[in-house]
Design a protein around this ligand. Structure first.
Ligand code: NAP
Length: 255
């Protein structure tokens, strides 16, 4: 599924079939990027591709599990061939199932850290040569407020904290190539992920959402567009002096 337009810069957004990733893809398309839409199932990317193309942009949808080294290498190669070398990368794909530590299988730990931490490593490693060749790049990693601790998900909290260390290390190593790396740590954002959390807890989503909003200083939960707006700032040319930072987009401070 490919729609190309010449003369655009290329961004890759993982986990872009829905939720935050889809909003980021739409926003970057509006700003003139051709967008490589990566998700587990190519058919699931159709709505995002349609929205990008409907807005006059270009998109290629590619199926890849971000924790699969070979799939990532071929997805990045295909996007580079079809849309041009990617110089913006948003490592957004993530999963966050719940399990008590004593019930957590080793397989769950490996899967959750595999998608949330190994995935960004694999995709960044594959995309980085294009950024180095261009002498310019922007990497945005989707962490979470869970990085400071998550009572329900030790695997997820650990991976999202690791992602912050990864981000700062990338910033240190790649700055000399004109590449910045930053992390966004969202709080509660309306998406299938938070809907699934409500379901798992046996709670009605609207009640779950309004109860979360009551504990957020600005009095509401986040929308995917709140995160897309922050991505837009971080990948802009004017944000070239912002690197190695974590931006909490959570409606209030996070300790
Ligand atoms: P979402 O609605 O569940 O969307 C995540 C997307 O990533 C889905 O399309 C999912 O595909 C895809 N994905 C899952 N595993 C993948 C893999 N191995 N390879 C490629 N794609 C994969 O989640 P979201 O709320 O938009 O979250 C996006 C990011 O923000 C995640 O990293 C999440 O941890 C982070 N975050 C979210 C919140 C929140 O409140 N929503 C808060 C903090 C941080 P399937 O649907 O087919 O599995």
């Amino acid at each position: 599924m490919t729609h190309t337009t010449d003369g655009r810069r290329t961004a890759i957004v993982t986990g872009a079939a829905r939720g935050i990733g889809a909003a980021v893809a739409r926003r970057l398309a509006r700003e003139g990027f051709a967008v490589g839409v990566v998700d587990l199932d190519e058919a699931d990317c159709a709505d995002t591709v349609e929205a990008v193309v409907g807005a006059g942009g270009s998109a290629t949808a590619v199926a890849a599990d971000v924790s699969d080294e070979a799939a990532v290498a071929s997805a990045v190669a295909r996007i580079a061939a079809e849309l041009g070398p990617p110089t913006v990368l948003v490592n957004n794909a993530g999963i966050g199932p719940r399990a008590e530590l004593v019930e957590m299988t080793t397989r769950q730990w490996d899967t959750v850290t595999g998608v949330n931490l190994r995935g960004p490593f694999l995709v960044t490693r594959a995309v980085c040569p294009h950024m180095i060749a261009a002498g310019w790049g922007r990497i945005v990693n989707m962490s979470s407020i869970s990085a400071v601790g998550d009572a329900a998900r030790v695997d997820y909290g650990s991976a999202k904290a690791g992602l912050i260390g990864f981000t700062k290390s990338l910033a240190l190593q790649l700055g000399r190539h004109g590449i910045t790396a930053n992390a966004i740590a969202p709080g509660f954002v309306v998406s299938d992920m938070t809907r699934a959390s409500a379901r798992r807890l046996g709670r009605d989503f609207e009640e779950f959402r309004s109860s979360a909003a009551r504990s957020i200083p600005v009095g509401r939960v986040g929308e995917p567009e709140d995160i897309a707006h922050t991505v837009s700032f971080l990948v802009s040319p004017d944000a070239g002096f912002v690197s190695g930072q974590v931006i909490y987009v959570a409606g209030g401070p996070v300790d």
